[in-house]
Design a protein around this ligand. Structure first.
Ligand code: GUN
Length: 285
C-alpha cells in the first residue's frame, strides 16, 4: 500500500517559509511584495484559480492587485495593461491567467511580460534559462512536483523517470527539472508506442495527460513514486486525476491524491517565485 504524499502539508510549509521571509523584508527593509493577477472573461475554472491565488497572497502577506477584464477586452488593451504593470514598482510579479479568449494571441501576451516579473516562467527567456539550468523562476506546477518528490526522500539521480505529457506548462519543463537532478528521463505522448511497458519501468512516474484515470495499476512498477498532475472534472461534478488512484495505490510506493496533491503546490510555488522576483528587483538576490 502506497504512502500518500500530502500536498496540503508540503504546500503549507512552503507558504509558511515565504510568509516568514516576506514579514522580514517588510520589517527590516520596508519592502512590500506585490503580485498582479489578470483575468480576462468569466471562465469559471479560471475564476476559482484566481480567487485561490488572491487568498494565498493574503496568507503570506503579499499585496495582490487583481484586474478582472471583460471578455471583449482587445489584445491591444491587454498589452497596454501588461506594459503598465511592467513599470509599476509595487508589482513584483505578473500573472495573466490562461486560457485567454480566442481573439487574443497568448504568445504575444506572454512575450510582453517582463521576464523579471514573469512568475509563471512562461516567457521564452525564462524557458531558455530552465533549459540551461540557470533559472530564477521555475514553472509553478513542475516546481511543486519536485518539492513533493523531495518530501518522499526518494533520490532522483540515476532513476528511470517517465513523464506522460509534453505540454510547455508541465511535461517539457518537468522533464528538464528531473534531468537537472540526474534522472534518466522518458517523455511519453499520444504517439508513444508500448506506453504501458515504458511506464511500468518508471521508478518515478509523473502523469500530466488530462484524461481521467488514464494510468492504471498494470502501468505502474511496484514501489514507484506516482505523481498525478491531472485535474479532471467528471460528469458527476467530482474531481479526479489522471491516475486510477484506487488500483495504483495498492502497487505504488508513494502516490499523490487528487485533490490535495499537486494542486496546492502550484500556488505555493507561485508565492515563492513572487518573493524571489521581489528580492531580485531590489538587488537582494
Ligand atoms: N491556467 C492554468 N494553469 C495556469 C498557470 O499555471 N498559470 C497561468 N497564468 N494560467 C494558468
Amino acid at each position: 500500500m502506497a504512502q500518500i504524499i500530502n500536498g496540503k502539508e508540503v504546500s503549507a510549509s512552503v507558504k509558511a517559509s515565504v510568509a516568514k521571509e516576506t514579514a522580514q523584508l517588510k520589517d527590516e527593509k520596508g519592502i512590500k511584495v506585490g503580485l498582479a493577477v489578470v483575468i480576462v472573461g468569466d471562465n469559471p475554472a479560471s475564476r476559482v484559480y484566481v480567487n485561490n491565488k488572491k487568498k494565498a497572497c493574503e496568507e503570506v502577506g503579499f499585496q495582490s492587485f487583481e484586474y478582472a477584464l471583460d471578455e471583449s477586452t482587445t489584445q491591444e488593451q491587454l498589452l497596454d495593461l501588461v506594459d503598465v504593470l511592467n513599470r509599476d514598482t509595487r508589482v513584483n510579479g505578473i500573472l495573466v491567467q490562461l486560457p485567454l479568449p480566442k481573439h487574443i494571441d497568448e504568445t504575444a501576451v506572454i512575450n510582453a511580460i517582463s521576464p523579471d516579473k514573469d512568475v509563471d516562467a512562461f516567457h521564452p527567456v525564462n524557458v531558455g534559462k530552465i533549459m540551461i539550468g540557470n533559472y530564477s523562476f521555475l514553472p509553478c506546477t513542475p516546481a511543486g512536483v519536485m518539492e513533493l518528490i523531495a518530501s518522499t526522500g526518494v533520490e532522483i539521480a540515476g532513476k528511470n523517470c517517465v513523464v506522460i505529457g509534453r505540454s510547455n506548462i508541465v511535461g517539457k519543463p518537468m522533464s528538464m527539472l528531473l534531468l537537472h537532478k540526474s534522472g534518466t528521463i522518458t517523455i511519453c505522448h499520444s504517439k508513444t508506442q508500448n506506453l504501458k511497458e515504458v511506464c511500468a519501468n518508471a521508478d518515478i512516474l509523473v502523469a500530466a495527460v488530462g484524461r481521467p484515470n488514464f494510468v492504471t495499476a498494470d502501468m505502474v512498477k511496484e514501489g514507484a513514486v506516482v505523481i498525478d498532475v491531472g485535474i479532471n472534472r467528471l460528469e458527476n461534478g467530482k474531481l479526479c486525476g489522471d491516475v486510477d488512484f484506487e488500483s495504483v495505490e495498492k502497487k505504488a510506493g508513494y502516490i499523490t491524491p487528487v485533490p490535495g496533491g499537486v494542486g496546492p503546490m502550484t500556488i505555493s510555488m507561485l508565492m515563492k517565485n513572487t518573493l524571489t522576483a521581489a528580492k531580485q528587483q531590489v538587488g537582494l538576490e
